[in-house]
Structures are given as structure tokens and as C-alpha cells.
Design a protein around this ligand. Structure first.
Ligand SMILES: Nc1ncnc2c1ncn2[C@@H]1O[C@H](COP(=O)(O)OP(=O)(O)OP(=O)(O)O)[C@@H](O)[C@H]1O
Ligand code: SF4
Ligand SMILES: [Mg+2]
Length: 340
């Protein structure tokens, strides 16, 4: 659990639609509803894990929150120094201040650094862009940060190509933290790394969170990674949150069939982990629907093993089933789903 229940970020009914254009005149014939009415809260010092299959809208949600896109609608409220800032309404000056407090760590450690700049210049770039500190002050900050992420001072003069994937991700983390953000979107930060290095980076991120009081929106398609890092978990499916709960609650008592299927895909580590129960992998039918052409009723009905007639007619809203657990399923109270 997080130390504090004070929110740092609130997202309300956020939508990010991309136009689908056709023909010579690029006529708009529809929209890809990449983020389709998402609401969530991230508390100070906590990690909210966002999990779902490829293409469900996780990165788009992270980018829309940071306003790297101009969202189609909704609200993003950032709590900053006793003020509540409506991020989507800020002008350029206001946005600059907020950006300094909200950073992103990217999936690909090989693409997120500038190859032509030294490690030092990569790490201090956010400080330069925001006009923070003198050159010697920036260098001192970079030295400190490099030590914090487990690299050495002499690495600062080298270029990114001479580092391994894990080291590059450490440099990416130092860069994101150089400006002392309060909130970080980490988009699949260990996806491109060997399994042995993944644990090191996840532990590093946890240590830095404890030291600096950071809040993370941690994005991954991998439930095993999310289980390891998150305080609370949001499960996303084709642009929507379908389940949202405290971690242990979501692991032990999943209430959405999609979450049950994601759990079933996580390999068990040991007999102790598996208890006496066998867990069979739930193979989902077909692929997710096209976010530009959604089915009627429940967004998951085309793949759900439990679907009934009501599911094909009515869309289930995300509703609270307890103070720590929300789900978008008509049958949540009736299904006895398998957790971990
Ligand atoms: N700039 C864009 N223009 C049009 N469609 C887009 C754009 N960016 C994303 N999409 C579409 O929005 C949907 C969500 O994409 P997104 O990259 O957010 O998914 P994701 O969950 O991050 O997937 P992955 O796990 O593969 O990274 C996809 O259908 C994608 O094709
Ligand atoms: S509402 Fe119906 S189709 Fe949707 S997840 Fe629940 S049981 Fe499955
Ligand atoms: Mg993504």
C-alpha cells in the first residue's frame, strides 16, 4: 500500500480518438477509440499498474495524460503544491511547469537516448530544456543520479552505444528523474530487456520511488511484472478499464473474465506458489475487436466464455463492488473466477 492516500493525479472520462481517413480527400469515416472514457486516480507515492494486451490503448492513455497528445475529451487533474491544475486547460507556460513534474520512461532503451550526445548531455537535457541550474550544477546532478541508478561517474563522458540494454535503461531513468518529477509514466520499461536484467531495473525503480516519493503509472502487457510492482492494478481492454482494484484483491479475487485470463497466462514459479490447485491457461477466442469498430454490448463479449444474451445487448459500466474494487461485468457477483 502507498504511504499516503492523497491523490497526485486524477483522470476523468479521458478520451483519445484518432480519425480514420479515406480517399483522396482524406475524408474522416470513423474514429479509432484508443482511449474510450477512462477514469482513474493515482495517489502520492504509489504505483498504479496498467495492464492489457498489445493495442488496448495503454501507451495512448499514458501519452494523453502527459498531454503528448491533445485528448479528444475528459479531464486530467494534477495536484501540485496544494493546487489542483486542470492539465488539459493549461496554456504553454502552465504546461511547462507541469511537464517538469511529470516525466516518461520509454519502452525501448535503444531508441529513447540520443546517440550523438554523451550520457551527460542526455541526462541533463530536461534541465537544459527547462532552464534549470548552471552547467556545473547540472553536472553535479547528473553525477548524483548516475550513482543512484548504479552507474559510475566516468560513464558520463561516454556515448549511449557503448552500454548494454539494462545500462541504457538506467540512463533513461536518470534522465527522466533529473528534473525531479513527482509523477512518472513508465511505459513497458523492462520490455526490451533480458529477464535477469528486468528484475534489477524493477528493483531500482522501487528503490528510487521510496527515496524520492515518486508516483508511477507503470504500463506493461505482462501481468507477472505488474504483480511485482503495483500497489493497485487497472486492467485495460480495447480503450476501456474493465477492472480496477488493490493489487492483492485483484490477484486473489478477480471479478472480470479478462483479468482471470490474464492471470492464467502467468507461469507459476513453484509448487508453493501454485498451492494444491492446478491452474489451466484460459485461451481466449479470436482477437480483440477493432477499436474503430466496437461490438454492441460488452466490449469483451466476442471473446468471453461466460457471455449471455444481456452481454450482447447492454454495455456494463465500471461499477464499485467494494471500496477497493471496481469492475465492468454484468455477472461479476455470479461468476466464481480463479485468482492467484
Ligand atoms: N497516432 C495514432 N494514430 C492512429 N491510431 C493510433 C495512433 N496511436 C495508436 N493508435 C491505435 O490506438 C490503439 C492503441 O494503441 P496503443 O499504442 O496505445 O496500444 P498499447 O496498449 O500501448 O499497445 P502495445 O502493448 O503494443 O504497446 C491501437 O489500435 C493503435 O493502432
Ligand atoms: S459482461 Fe458478459 S461478456 Fe462482458 S465480461 Fe461480463 S460475462 Fe463476459
Ligand atoms: Mg504501448
Amino acid at each position: 500500500m502507498s504511504e499516503s492516500e492523497q491523490p497526485i493525479l486524477e483522470v476523468r472520462d479521458l478520451r483519445q480518438f484518432f480519425p480514420i481517413q479515406e480517399g483522396l480527400l482524406r475524408r474522416v469515416v470513423g474514429y479509432v477509440k484508443a482511449v474510450n472514457g477512462v477514469s482513474l486516480t493515482i495517489n502520492q507515492g504509489e504505483t498504479l499498474g496498467l495492464v492489457g494486451e498489445s493495442g488496448c490503448g495503454k501507451s495512448t492513455l499514458g501519452r494523453a495524460i502527459l498531454r503528448l497528445y491533445e485528448p479528444t475529451g475528459g479531464e486530467v487533474i494534477f495536484h501540485h503544491q496544494d493546487r489542483q491544475l486542470s492539465v488539459l486547460d493549461l496554456d504553454r507556460h502552465g504546461m511547462r511547469q507541469v511537464r517538469a513534474n511529470m516525466q516518461m520512461i520509454f519502452q525501448d532503451p535503444f531508441a529513447s537516448l540520443n546517440e550523438r550526445m554523451t550520457v551527460l548531455d542526455n541526462v541533463i537535457e530536461p534541465l537544459v530544456c527547462n532552464g534549470i541550474g548552471s552547467r556545473p550544477e547540472r553536472e553535479a546532478t547528473a553525477e548524483n543520479l548516475l550513482a543512484q541508478v548504479g552507474l559510475r561517474k566516468e560513464h558520463l563522458r561516454r556515448y549511449p552505444h557503448s552500454f548494454s540494454g539494462g545500462q541504457r535503461q538506467r540512463i533513461g531513468i536518470a534522465r527522466a528523474l533529473s528534473i525531479e518529477p513527482k509523477f512518472v509514466v513508465a511505459d513497458e520499461p523492462v520490455f526490451a530487456l533480458d529477464v535477469s536484467v528486468q528484475a534489477q531495473i524493477l528493483n531500482l525503480m522501487k528503490e528510487l520511488q521510496a527515496q524520492l516519493g515518486l508516483s508511477y503509472l507503470f504500463i506493461s502487457h505482462d501481468m507477472a511484472v505488474i504483480r511485482y510492482v503495483a500497489d493497485r492494478i487497472a486492467v485495460m481492454y480495447v480503450g476501456k478499464l474493465v477492472e480496477y482494484a488493490e493489487r492483492d484483491e485483484l490477484l486473489r479475487h478477480p471479478a472480470h473474465p479478462y483479468t482471470e485470463a490474464l492471470h492464467s497466462a502467468v507461469p507459476r514459479l513453484s509448487q508453493k506458489d501454485s498451492g494444491n490447485r492446478r491452474r489451466n491457461r484460459i485461451l481466449l477466442k479470436a482477437s480483440p475487436p477493432d477499436p474503430g469498430n466496437l461490438p454492441p454490448g460488452c466490449v469483451f463479449q466476442t471473446r468471453c466464455h461466460y457471455a449471455e444474451e444481456q452481454c450482447r445487448q447492454e454495455e456494463p459500466p465500471l461499477r464499485e463492488i467494494s471500496t477497493i474494487h471496481s469492475v465492468a461485468c454484468h455477472l461479476a457477483e455470479e461468476l466464481n473466477l480463479s485468482g492467484i
